[in-house]
Design a protein around this ligand. Structure first.
Ligand code: NAD
Length: 502
C-alpha cells in the first residue's frame, strides 16, 4: 500500500487543498508504516494570534444568532460528517493507527455529538428561582462565552474536537483548534468538512472555526491569549500541569482532560466470559492508546487461576499488524518514543517482581513502524510503574483477597478517569459506585473502562484534571451564567431585610 499516495487522495476527496500538503517544515507520518505522508507548513505565533482575533470577531456576530439557528449549522456539520464517514474514518486509521472499525467509530462519535448538540440548541435551560421579596422574580440565563480554545491529543484526533466544537457552536462561541502535531491531517480534513457545512448554512460569520497547525508553542499562544476565555485541553497530565496554572493566572477557564490509569476489579461472582472480553478490548484495543485503556486489574484469589490463564492465551493469540492490510486487532504504537516508554516500563516492572507475557516488538518490513505484542504483567503488588500511566498496551494484574483493600489500591494512584467492577453481587457493585467506592469520573459495572457513549459527561478527577466534556450538562462549561432579579412591584425592598432610607 502506498500510504502517502492514498493519504493525498483521501485528503483531496475530503476537500483539503493538495498544495498545503507539501513544501512545509513540519513532516507528518503514518504510524502504520512509519513513512512520511505530508510536509505541512506550521502557523507562526503572529498568524495564530491573528486567527484568534478573527475568531473573536466571528464570536461577536455568532452570539446574536438564535441558538436553534446555531443548531442548524451543527446539524449540517453532522450531515457532512455522515457523507465523509468512510474517508475520514480511514484517514484516522492512517494517521493514528486505529483499526478500521475504531476509525469509523471515532467519526460515528462525531456524528452522535452533533445530533446531541442540535437537540441541545433548543434546551439551553436556566432555572427560575423563588425570590424572598414580593413582586420580584429571579432567574438564571446562559450566555455565549467567547472564543473556545481546543487543544487535542493524537489518540482521538477528531472526536475530541467535535465534542468541544459541537457544544461550543450551539452555545454561541467560536472555536480555535490546535490539534496534536502527530495528527494534523485529520484536523485539516475536519476544517474542510466544516467549511462545507458553513457554506450550506449560508450566513455563518467568517472565522468561526480556526485550525492552528503547529506544536506546543502554538498551543501556548492559545493558552496565553487574553481573548480566549476557555481552553479545553486534552493530553498528558504533564501538559495539564503546564496549561492549568497559565490559564489560572489570567483567570481563564480550563477544561482539562488528562491522563488515566484505569483499573478494574474482578470479584468472585463475576461472569468471567464477559469479563474476559471486556478486559481484552479495554486493555489491548487501540494498542493501549486510549485515555480510558484498562491498565490495572485486581482479580479475586478465588477466580485468579481461572481468569488469568485465559487472559494470557488471549494475549498470546491476538493479531498484531497493519490493520488496514491484515485485519489485525492491534495496530501500531504512535512512534518510537512510545515504544521506548513501553520497554522502559516493562523493565521496571520486571525489576519489581513482575512476570511478563508478551511486550516484544513485532517486526515488519518497515523499521520505522512500531508494532508490539500487548503485555500482561502479573505483579506481586501495586508499586511503580503500575502507579503511572504508560501510554502503551500494558496490563498489570494483581491478586486480591479483601474487597476493601482492593478498592483502596484501586484509588491509590494519581489519575482518576475510568474504572470498572465485574460482579453479580449487588452489594459490591453498589459499594463500588458509592461515595467510598471508585474515586473516578467514570465508574462502570460489568463493562470495561473504555468505549464511553457521548450522552454522559466525560472526564475524570485528580490528576485527570476534573474537566467534563460531551453529554449531560457539560454544555454549561461553555457558557457564562447570569443571575437576574426583576422587580415588577412599586417598592424597593432590600434583601435580608436591610434598610437604607435616603
Ligand atoms: P500530549 O500531552 O503530548 O499532547 C497533547 C496536546 O497538547 C498536543 O496538541 C500538544 O501539542 C499540546 N501541548 C503539549 N504541551 C503543551 C503546552 N505546554 N501548552 C500548550 N499545549 C501543549 O499528549 P499526547 O501524547 O498527544 O496524548 C496522550 C495523552 O493524552 C495520554 O496521557 C492520554 O491519557 C491523554 N488523553 C486524555 C484524554 C481524556 O479525555 N482524559 C483523552 C485522550 C488522551
Amino acid at each position: 500500500m502506498d500510504i502517502a499516495k492514498e493519504t493525498t487522495a483521501l485528503l483531496e476527496r475530503l476537500g483539503v487543498d493538495k498544495a498545503v500538503l507539501a513544501g512545509g517544515s513540519m513532516p507528518s507520518y503514518s504510524p502504520l508504516t512509519g513513512g512520511k505522508v505530508a510536509d505541512l507548513a506550521p502557523i507562526s505565533a503572529q498568524d495564530a494570534a491573528k486567527a484568534i482575533e478573527a475568531a473573536d470577531a466571528a464570536f461577536r456576530q455568532w452570539r446574536n444568532v438564535p441558538a436553534p439557528r446555531r443548531g442548524e449549522l451543527v446539524r449540517l456539520l453532522g450531515e457532512e460528517l455522515r457523507a465523509s464517514k468512510d474517508d475520514l474514518g480511514r484517514l484516522v486509521s492512517i494517521e493514528a493507527g486505529k483499526i478500521p472499525s475504531e476509525g469509523l467509530g471515532e467519526v460515528q462519535e462525531m456524528i452522535d455529538i452533533c445530533d446531541f448538540a442540535v437537540g441541545l440548541s433548543r434546551q439551553l435551560y436556566g432555572l427560575t428561582i423563588a425570590s424572598e421579596r414580593p413582586g420580584h422574580r429571579m432567574m438564571e440565563t446562559w450566555h455565549p462565552l467567547g472564543v473556545v480554545g481546543v487543544i487535542s491529543a493524537f489518540n482521538f484526533p477528531v472526536a475530541v474536537w467535535s465534542w468541544n466544537a459541537a457544544l461550543a457552536l450551539v452555545c454561541g462561541n467560536s472555536v480555535v483548534w490546535k490539534p496534536s502535531e502527530k495528527t494534523p491531517l485529520t484536523a485539516l480534513a475536519c476544517q474542510a468538512i466544516f467549511a462545507r457545512a458553513a457554506s450550506r448554512f449560508g450566513d455563518a460569520p467568517e472565522g468561526l472555526l480556526q485550525v492552528l497547525i503547529g506544536d506546543r508553542a502554538i498551543g501556548e499562544v492559545l493558552v496565553d491569549h487574553p481573548k480566549v476565555p476557555l481552553v479545553s485541553a486534552t493530553g498528558s497530565t504533564r501538559m495539564g500541569a503546564e496549561v492549568g496554572p497559565r490559564l489560572a493566572k489570567r483567570f481563564a477557564r480550563a477544561i482539562l482532560e488528562l491522563g488515566g490509569n484505569n483499573a478494574g476489579i474482578v470479584c468472585p461472582s463475576a461472569d468471567l466470559d464477559m469479563a474476559l472480553r471486556a478486559i481484552a478490548f479495554g486493555a489491548m484495543g487501540t494498542a493501549g492508546q486510549r485515555c480510558t485503556t484498562l491498565r490495572r486489574l485486581f482479580v479475586h484469589e478465588s477466580v485468579y487461576d481461572d481468569l488469568v490463564p485465559r487472559l494470557k492465551k488471549a494475549y498470546e493469540s491476538v493479531s498484531v499488524g497493519n490493520p488496514l492490510e491484515t485485519g489485525a486487532l492491534v495496530g501500531p504504537l504512535i512512534d518510537a518514543a512510545a515504544y521506548k516508554g513501553m520497554q522502559s516500563a516493562l523493565e521496571k516492572a520486571k525489576a519489581a517482581g513482575g512476570e511478563i507475557t508478551g511486550g516484544e516488538r513485532v517486526e515488519t518490513a518497515q523499521d520505522a513502524a512500531f508494532y508490539v505484542r500487548p503485555a500482561l504483567v502479573e505483579m506481586p503488588k501495586q508499586v511503580s510503574p503500575v502507579t503511572e500511566e504508560t501510554f502503551a498496551p500494558i496490563l498489570y494484574v494483581m491478586k486480591y483477597s479483601d474487597f476493601d483493600a482492593a478498592i483502596a489500591d484501586h484509588n491509590a494512584v494519581g489519575a482518576g478517569l475510568s474504572s470498572s467492577i465485574f460482579t453479580l453481587d449487588m452489594r459490591e457493585a453498589e459499594r463500588f459506585l458509592s461515595a467510598d467506592g471508585s474515586d473516578c469520573g467514570i465508574a462502570n459495572v460489568n463493562i470495561g473502562t473504555s468505549g464511553a457513549e457521548i450522552g454522559g459527561a466525560f472526564g475524570g478527577e485528580k490528576e485527570t484534571g476534573g474537566g467534563r466534556e460531551s453529554g449531560s450538562d457539560a454544555w454549561k462549561g461553555y457558557m457564562r451564567r447570569a443571575t437576574n432579579t426583576v422587580n415588577y412591584s412599586t417598592v424597593l425592598p432590600l434583601a435580608q431585610g436591610v434598610s437604607f432610607d435616603i
